[in-house]
Write a protein that binds this ligand. Structure first.
Ligand code: DOR
Ligand code: ZN
Length: 428
């Protein structure tokens, strides 16, 4: 992705640098795309005054939908990655539910080429587990990996057949590629559109039991355990699902999991507005589930925060609740929502938040062992004191579908730096 790298020398001065387990006031020197420790004078091309700002390793979002190829009217790789850098993300992993699905090396190669052209952030494509994501026939995992797939997932859809998942876990173990599981027992979900419970009843909308998620999590955790392999669980939203993962981790099962801001910032009372921007899969859950997600973030059960950025066109959402598309456009709000709810008002420290939004996802994907990524000066500079209202009108993503429009938050991304190059700079 580094096109025409100039030997740009950059100093980020006086920032609060989040590094390992500490926050230290120091200057960061960047040369040749890397962080350096200059011995003598350092003639900088650009000096960023980061007084009062926080400087952290660039955020990594291991779960986004960039919609290209096939659904460019919702988002494309250029617009999605522009939204990513505005949101402070230096790397994103895009899910394979495109048209055609990313179930073959050609689509992976295409995504990488388009990402290089867009030249915004690093893009690591995720290949499909099954052909056309239909859950029937396993993809050519080695070929997908060779083409550049960083992980495999049928996200958007579950792998309903337990034996196919068992085989997929075995093959993925041999291919040494992580599997990311979208956990949804569609028989239990039974065509529901919101979380099952009080609010669904009041709204008169069909509910999805939390067991639709947790039963499938249990299956995949047990499969991974029996095969002595690893598994990563996508967008966990339920107390019962988290409890299964917590217990499995205690038995040393190699399970990791992620959640999304909307599962710890919101609950299913939002559906009473009938705003289709609250429709997402898995659905916004009960307050009890939301509190369990916060607890699981605190005790380390949750490894990563991801956006599940799912941009949709206005026409896909401007229909009756039952017919609206699932998904929230999340790249431009994730950092501020996470900071506001978890750090400012939630008792988690900024170091832990950076671990959840950068370090851990990189580790799960093996990026920490990728020399190009590991040594790169990928940095996000934020103003944690900046208070503002989320406004979907300001989104650069094509997807304006957010239930958080108008919400007051803290934490503004000021600069996103990738490989030493400033890829995003806030206007004022
Ligand atoms: O809400 C969702 N939207 N959940 C998914 O699993 C898929 C995603 C999409 O692709 O729109
Ligand atoms: Zn999913």
């Amino acid at each position: 992705m580094e096109k025409g790298v100039k030997n740009m020398r950059l100093i980020i001065k006086n920032g609060n640098v989040v590094k390992g387990n500490a926050v230290q006031k120091e200057d960061v020197y960047v040369e040749n795309g890397r962080i350096v420790k200059p011995e003598k004078s350092f003639g900088a091309d650009r000096i960023i005054d980061a007084s009062g700002l926080y400087v952290m390793r660039g955020l990594v979002d291991m779960h986004v939908h960039l919609r290209e190829p096939g659904f460019e009217y919702k988002e494309d790789i250029a617009s999605g990655t522009k939204a990513a850098v505005k949101g402070g993300f230096t790397a994103v992993c895009c899910m394979p539910n495109t048209k055609p699905a990313a179930d073959n090396p050609a689509v992976i190669t295409y995504i990488k080429a388009r990402a290089a052209e867009a030249d915004n952030c690093r893009v690591y494509p995720i290949g499909a587990i099954t052909k056309a994501q239909k859950g029937g026939e396993i993809t050519e995992m080695f070929a997908l990996k060779r083409a550049g797939a960083i992980a495999l997932s049928d996200d958007g859809y579950p792998v309903s057949d337990g034996n196919i998942m068992r085989l997929a876990l075995e093959y993925a173990k041999t291919a040494e590629i992580p599997l990311i599981c979208h956990e949804e027992d569609t028989a239990i979900a039974a065509g529901g559109v919101v979380n099952e419970g009080y609010n669904a009843t009041i709204a008169g909308l069909r509910g999805i039991s939390s067991v639709a998620e947790s039963a499938m999590i249990a299956r995949d955790v047990l499969l991974a355990e029996s095969l002595n392999t690893r598994v990563h669980i996508a967008h966990v939203s339920t107390k019962s699902g988290l409890e299964i993962i917590r217990r499995a981790k205690k038995r040393r099962v190699a399970v990791t999991c992620e959640t999304c801001p909307h599962y710890f910032c919101a609950n299913d009372s939002l559906i009473l507005s009938f705003d289709t921007n609250t429709k997402v899969n898995p659905p916004l859950r009960s307050e009890e589930d939301r509190l369990a997600v916060v607890e699981a973030i605190k005790d380390g059960t949750v490894d990563a925060i991801v956006t599940d950025h799912a941009p949709h066109h206005k026409n896909d959402k401007s229909v009756e609740y039952n017919y609206a598309a699932n998904g929230i456009s999340g790249l431009e709000t994730a950092f501020a929502l996470s900071y506001t709810f978890l750090v400012k008002n939630g008792g988690i420290d900024i170091i832990t938040l950076v671990r959840l939004m950068s370090e851990n996802p990189a580790k799960i994907l093996g990026l920490d062992k990728d020399a190009e990524y590991a040594d790169a000066a990928d940095l996000t500079v934020v103003d944690l004191n900046k208070k503002y209202k989320i406004s979907v009108k300001d989104f650069v993503s094509k997807g304006k579908n957010s239930p958080f429009d108008g919400l007051e938050v803290y934490g503004e991304v000021r600069y996103t730096i990738i490989g030493g190059k400033i890829k995003y700079e806030a206007k004022s």
